[in-house]
Every structure is written in structure tokens, then in C-alpha cells.
Design a protein around this ligand. Structure first.
Ligand code: BYC
Length: 343
């Protein structure tokens, strides 16, 4: 259903016109709501030009822009290791992965733009510290083994979270997720393979891999968001078919995945309380430090200030590229206009 604009009827008195347009708007809203409700009931898709409740648009903008920011800020911990990768092959793989994350950010900013928010505004909100991005990227990457732990656990958590988002009710978000998930699968494999090689290397290398897993485990579990009884957005997002599973459901599913894979790595997860619940047939993790999570969200994590500073710097350094692209676009449209007026 396409969005429609209000039209005035020439010659009609202003107050009557005003009343008529209010009536028309109310009718369109009622029709739009009925259409939206049917799409939700049919588990079908809403597209950018369709009518949607303002709160649905706001929720999508919030989640998709935060997701885009996470991809862009998430390039930093790994980009920091490209020049220190232990071989040419590792360097090429890591560089490709970091470039993929930039691409994910671009798909997601484009999806968010279809909801009416200009990209410049989203970027400004990020640089001003007004926008959230995933807590995980406020932790430092201390050793080469962290590249393995990030790929295996952070991209692994992202896959567990994002595969259900491929079925999100908003078309551009769901379609972007399909492509992102394919690339994330490669990212997770490369991380797993780094850890596998280290864990089967010298005792020092194995220890380095274990230390990285120990440091990234809890932050990776927190990527799924606060526990269900402290998640204000989940219920409505699930009713709107944006989220398909709760934060805790996805977190526990991820713990189960890691429990199998960590055996192959011959490493351990730093959680003595992890257990398989025979009643629910699901894995459960031990307690997490949610105070730390809230500190990180409030901007007081180990790397928050550094990540934002680096983003501002990169944005500033890219000014000439944006100016050149705008000048080129202007030149092209001028040439096109000249061609058309000559014809
Ligand atoms: N970090 O009601 P809740 C990647 C916020 S990047 C920060 O449960 P919701 C990668 C939440 O926003 C992939 N904030 O919220 C890139 C909300 O705040 P507001 C990143 C968090 O939305 C480079 C409040 O807490 N993935 O893979 O229902 C290299 C209450 O939470 C976090 C995504 O972005 C957090 N961890 O559920 C390598 C996935 N958790 O907005 C890898 C897309 C919660 O009300 N997003 N908050 O002020 C989602 O699936 C959902 O938004 C969340 C949260 C599950 C994260």
C-alpha cells in the first residue's frame, strides 16, 4: 500500500477543507492499521511505502540504526590487528572480514533510511554519543588470539541473533539480514580456525587462546541484551514479528552451540555453573555481571571513549571523499540537464 499525500480542493472554504482532510487522514489511518494488522496476522512483510504505526517505525529505526552503528564501530577491534596479523594469508582474510563489516553497516543504514531518517543524522547521533551500539565493541582486543575469539564468539552470537531476524516483518531489514548472515558464517569459521590452530600449537599459544575465550565469553553472552524480565522492548518487538525469540532464549541457544564446539577446540568455557536442564532440554549459563553491562551502555566501558574518538577521526578524514562524491554527482546532473535542454 503506497503512502498518500493530503490534497486541497480548490474553491472550497478553508475550514470545510480542513475538516475534510482530517476525515480523510483518519480514514487512511484506519485502513492502514487494518492492512498492517493483516500483514502481522499473516506473518507477511511491511515495505517502506506501506502504512505503519508510528511506534513500529520508531522501534525499527532504533534497532536498525543501532545495528548499523555496531557494524561500523565493530570494525575497530579487528582493524587494529590487520597490520599485526601473523602471515600474509591471515592479513588478507582479516582485511576481507573487516571490509564485510563495513558493507553490513551500509546495507543497514540504507534499510534505516527507507524509514525516513537521513544517514547524516544517524551518523551525527553516533558521533555525539546519543546513539547506542553493541556493548561488545567496548572491550579491547589484546592479543592475536582475540581475533579468533571475536570471530568464533562475537560473530557466532551475531549469527544466533540474526538468523531469526532474516524473517523480520520489515522487508529491507529481513533481506539485509540474509546477506549479512551468509558473510557472518564465513567470519565465524575463520575465528574458529584461528583458535583451533592456536589450541593445537605450543602450550603458550594454547594458553593465549584460552585467555581470549575467557575474556570474551561474558561480553559475548551480554550481546543478546538484558535478561527477559529486564527487557522493555522485547514483548512489543515480538508481537510485531521483528524479534522472533527472547533475549534469554537466544542466549541459551548460543551457549548450547558453544558447548559442542569448545570440545573440538579442546578449550573450556569460563563458566562453572553452565548446565544442561533436563526438564527444558536446554543449556543454561551461570550468572552474568549485569552491572558491568549497564556501565558499558552508559559509556563507561573499557574502550567507549576511544571507539567514539576513532569514529569521529575517521569521519573527519573522510570529508574530502564525501565532498568529491557530491561534486561529481552535481557535475553529472548538470551534464544530464544540459543534454536534455539541447535535445
Ligand atoms: N549493547 O529491551 P531490550 C556484529 C539496549 S554487529 C548495547 O532487550 P531490544 C559484528 C537496547 O538497545 C551485530 N545496547 O532491547 C560487527 C535497549 O535500549 P534502547 C550487532 C543494548 O532492542 C563487527 C535496552 O538495552 N547485533 O555482529 O528488544 C565485527 C533494553 O534492551 C544491548 C545487533 O545489533 C547490547 N548488547 O533487544 C564483528 C542485533 N542489548 O534502544 C561482529 C540487532 C540491549 O531502548 N539488535 N541493549 O535505549 C537486536 O537484536 C536487539 O536490538 C537486541 C536488544 C537483542 C540487541
Amino acid at each position: 500500500m503506497a503512502a498518500q499525500t493530503l490534497q486541497s480542493v480548490p474553491g472550497e472554504p478553508t475550514s470545510a477543507r480542513h475538516e475534510q482532510s482530517l476525515e480523510d487522514a483518519a480514514r487512511r489511518d484506519a485502513e492502514g492499521q487494518a492492512y498492517f494488522d493483516k500483514v502481522m496476522a499473516d506473518d507477511s512483510r511491511i515495505e517502506p511505502r506501506d502504512w505503519m504505526p508510528p511506534a513500529y517505525r520508531k522501534t525499527l529505526l532504533r534497532q536498525i540504526s543501532q545495528h548499523a552503528h555496531s557494524e561500523i564501530i565493530g570494525m575497530q577491534p579487528e582493524a587494529n590487528w590487520i597490520s599485526r596479523a601473523p602471515s600474509l594469508k591471515r592479513k588478507a582474510i582479516l582485511m576481507a572480514k573487516v571490509q564485510d563489516e563495513a558493507g553490513h553497516g551500509l546495507y543497514l543504514y540504507s534499510a534505516a533510511e527507507t524509514l525516513g531518517q537521513p544517514r547524516d543524522q544517524m551518523m551525527q547521533d553516533l558521533m555525539d554519543g546519543k546513539a547506542k551500539y553493541s556493548s561488545i565493541f567496548n572491550y579491547p582486543a589484546r592479543t592475536w588470539a582475540d581475533m579468533g575469539a571475536i570471530g568464533w564468539m562475537v560473530d557466532g552470537a551475531a549469527i544466533a541473533n540474526q538468523v531469526p531476524l532474516c524473517r523480520a516483518s520489515f522487508g529491507p531489514y529481513g533481506r539485509a539480514m540474509v546477506r549479512v548472515c551468509k558473510e557472518e558464517s564465513f567470519h565465524q569459521r575463520q575465528g574458529f580456525e584461528i583458535l583451533l590452530e592456536l589450541s593445537h600449537g605450543t602450550p603458550e599459544q594454547k594458553q593465549m587462546a584460552q585467555d581470549a575465550v575467557n575474556r570474551w565469553y561474558a561480553p559475548a553472552l551480554m550481546m543478546f541484551g538484558p535478561p527477559d524480565d529486564d527487557s522493555p522492548n522485547s514483548k512489543q518487538s515480538m508481537a510485531w514479528n521483528i524479534k522472533r525469540f527472547s533475549n534469554d532464549e537466544l542466549r541459551n541457544r548460543f551457549v548450547g552451540m558453544m558447548m559442542e564446539q569448545v570440545k573440538v577446540l579442546e578449550l573450556t568455557l569460563p563458566d562453572k555453573d553452565i548446565r544442561f536442564n533436563e526438564d527444558t532440554k536446554k543449556w543454561e549459563h551461570g550468572p552474568l555481571d549485569w552491572d558491568e553491562f549497564h556501565e558499558v551502555l552508559a559509556g563507561r566501558g573499557p574502550c567507549n571513549a576511544q571507539r567514539l574518538e576513532r569514529r569521529r577521526e575517521a569521519h573527519h578524514n573522510g570529508t574530502w571523499v564525501r565532498e568529491a562524491a557530491a561534486a561529481y554527482a552535481e557535475k553529472q546532473s548538470r551534464k544530464q540537464a544540459e543534454k536534455e535542454s539541447a535535445a
